[in-house]
Design a protein around this ligand. Structure first.
Ligand code: PLP
Length: 411
């Protein structure tokens, strides 16, 4: 039987949630499909519980364009890369058609699954990371969301989960942005980080795929990823003993299981003053692959190289965009194996990812020896050039000649 996801912050004394939620429902006013809560309620043995949240539902009630403004009372100036809970999240269950069709907005809060949920026991789980940001004229822009949808579908296939169709994925992300628009920082002050999840939430005892799945999107306003802020060069250390991924494994998938194994190396590197570690290939321990959550590029003269995708490296959308941008600026860009020797001999090194954007590498330590790039405290010229080009497209201050920007218009 399907498990209910309707956990709430308070479980005592609450009443069953009726088929129609009592709060002003974005789902019921804007979405033609029924609330997944209602669907889950019908299937669940356990009565669903109402959230006691008293957070205002201003967005649902006010005119959409006014609701699109940043919350004037929120402190957008001291954001780091931490979780700030927002008002609403998108939830869709796979249902009998397997298509996640009945999604809708729900109050942000805990979800409840069986202890036998597949995801808890066997880890059927993938995620995405995206950002929405404000252009100077107040529009809210996503960056290449259909690329995330395609990667999400590929990841679902790798993990034997029914894929979320592109239009359902993009709609879930857009609705999450709309419902939490007041948390999208003012232009230049940060972004709204979006976290789509796909999880095998149905219960199963023996190893096998879950009987049902949940597609959920939550979000949080964020600032810079690394301590010190965006464009502050980071120190990396080459990891020689642990590997992040092996050929034939799942390193190219944003599967939850790829991320906790890196903590043991990441935490010890941080203790020694490094921002993160750089992984080597698992076969020869000689070619660079990527950092725990971002891709890597090296520049020598007008030549830029980044390791090729082959199943062990996450196919970053920032990586793909940077390759196109750098080519458009006259660099010779190759996706080709990069040895540690070449890395240490480079003029400039930077990492890329939605969270880090384009991040300069100030030094790399290999076998106890530190190699410094440039003057180690300022980003190199190519890093700056690519960072400026990418972020100005993403923030709507440069012409989007590649067609990458996806505005989220008020309903
Ligand atoms: C998400 C991620 C990246 C970057 O991908 P983007 O699409 O650019 O955000 C790179 N490496 C790993 C391991 C990742 O999880």
């Amino acid at each position: 039987m399907a498990s209910s996801l309707l956990g709430t912050k308070t479980s005592l004394g609450s009443t069953a949630r009726a088929a129609a939620p009592s709060r002003p429902s974005l789902a019921s006013t804007r979405l033609p499909t029924p609330s997944p809560f209602a669907a889950a309620a019908a299937r669940s043995r356990t009565p669903l519980q109402t959230s006691t949240s008293t957070r205002t539902r201003a967005l649902a009630e006010s005119a959409s364009s006014a609701a699109y403004a940043p919350n004037p009372d929120f402190d957008f100036d001291s954001l780091g890369f931490g979780l700030t809970e927002t008002d609403e999240m998108w939830v869709a269950e796979s249902g009998d058609d397997g298509a996640y069709a009945g999604g809708g907005m729900n109050a942000f809060g805990p979800i409840t699954v069986s202890p036998a949920a597949q995801v808890i026991n066997y880890g059927q789980s993938i995620f995405e990371g995206m950002k929405a940001q404000r252009s100077p004229d107040g529009n809210i822009l996503l960056f290449r969301p259909t690329e995330n949808a395609a990667r999400f579908a590929a990841g679902a296939a790798r993990m034997s989960m029914p894929a979320v169709p592109e239009e359902v994925f993009v709609r879930g992300v857009e609705e999450t942005v709309r419902a939490n628009a007041s948390y999208v920082p003012p232009h230049g002050k940060g972004t709204l980080y979006l976290r789509p999840l796909l999880m095998g939430t149905g219960p199963i005892l023996g190893l096998g795929p879950a009987p049902s799945y949940t597609f959920l999107v939550y979000c949080s306003p964020v600032g810079a990823y690394f301590k010190g802020g965006q464009l502050t060069p980071i120190k990396l250390v080459v990891e020689e003993h642990f590997h992040r991924a092996a050929p034939g494994g799942m390193g190219g998938t944003k599967a939850a299981g790829n991320y906790s194994p890196v903590l043991v190396t990441q935490l010890s590197a941080k203790k020694e003053g490094y921002a993160d570690v750089l992984y080597l290939d698992a076969v020869e321990n000689k070619y660079i692959e990527e950092v725990s959550s971002c891709n890597i590029f090296v520049r020598k003269g007008k030549s830029i190289k980044t390791p090729p995708l082959g199943g062990t490296i996450l196919p970053g959308i920032t990586r793909k965009s940077v390759i196109e941008l750098a080519r458009s600026k006259g660099y010779d860009v190759e996706e080709t194996p990069v040895s540690v020797t070449e890395l240490l001999d480079a003029d400039e090194v930077f990492t890329t990812g939605t969270a880090v954007v384009v991040c300069p590498v100030g030094s790399i330590t290999y076998k106890g020896k530190e190699v410094v790039y440039g003057d180690a405290s300022d980003p190199g010229p190519t890093t700056m050039e690519i960072y400026d080009a990418l972020t100005s497209i993403q923030a709507g201050t440069a012409e989007d000649t590649f067609g990458w920007v996806h505005p989220v218009l008020p309903n």
